[in-house]
Design a protein around this ligand. Sequence first.
Ligand code: GCU
Length: 405
Amino acid sequence: MSKKEVIYDEALVPSYQLPSLLGKGDGSSVASTGEWLSTRRPEILAIYRERVFGKWPHRPQIQWYETLSVREDALDGEAIRKEIRIHLGSAEGKTHSFDMLLYIPKTATPEHPVPVFIGLNFRGNHATTDERDVAMTGFGYEKNQYLNDEARGNSVPRWCFRETIRRGYASATICYHDICPDYNDLSCFRHSVLSILESTEDLSLVHRNYTAIGLWAWGLSRGLDCLESEVLVDSSRCAVHGLSRLGKTSLWAGANDERFKLVISTDSGCGGAALFKRCFGETAEIISTAFPHWFVEAFAQYRGREDLMDFDQHFLLSLIAPRALCVASATEDLWADPRGEFLAAKHAGDAYRLFGLSGIERDDMPAADEWLTGDVSYHLRTGKHDQTPEDWAHYWVLGDRIFQK
Ligand code: GCU
């Protein structure tokens, strides 16, 4: 398919065949978890590293955490609040840092540390909370229009810190721009965390190997490293979540870092949970034109040629198995193709069933606001492209089940 009008009509979806998740070159199928883990999963991961989101960098040679502030009486006395600077460095002395905001319920003790949600934010840590003394972040992106007091708290419903804390979870966030600024061109890498890991002189070389989504996801793993040093947090029970481009990111983080035990994508759409081959809403061509830095150069071969893909996004989701996966869509978010998100989640079930777990065992999409709560979870929230308290309601229930609270 070449670029033409965006398809929003199910009748116009081209016919396509989904590549088989468990199929092997010789016509047989992967039949055991051993074969999945030793052969098929690494093959799929390699496809995504080489042709979609790029390499997963090694851990930095130097990594340390600086506590910038602690409040014992946060959220009206219900939480401990910390602002922590995560410092990363190379042996040659290059450094990069970003700040994590962390809320921990006051009920947490070293004997009973709490599970934790972590996700990146778009606007700055100060936008996620109604506490006005949280330091502004998001300076990595010069054009960030939310670096002002008016922006304080303007994303509170996306984060729901108070309710998350009341339910016994810690919650952490980092502004994605501070890991890699989201400039719509390759220059973003020069100002990103990649500059401590690789030379960023030759941007076309960088584009062959790295992407902003890859770096954001890797940054989430560094956030989790930091959580491992928090005695009141049980980092072995960690959920990663993200909205939209940051939902693509949470999926990629979950694919690479098996410490994330619950992986949630909200309205992640094209390049996230939605199947490319349906070409419904945003397509490979549209997204890689608008956001060249989100995909490696090799991804360009699929612009208007989804038929050439020997993978689709059920492959990406399968990399989360056997850990818990939740895909969320919104009724009015057709750009992100809710049906394509549902179908990818459903087809990822083949990997879960290998482990004796359940996938989505039905063909029809659930009604709006009905939750499919299993090892592969899904819901279609009524409303627009966003992450809302209604989405969180499902995530808390999943967390309660998975983390056995
Ligand atoms: C754009 C883009 C989407 C992305 C979204 C977002 O709409 O086309 O792919 O998910 O931005 O991140 O908000």
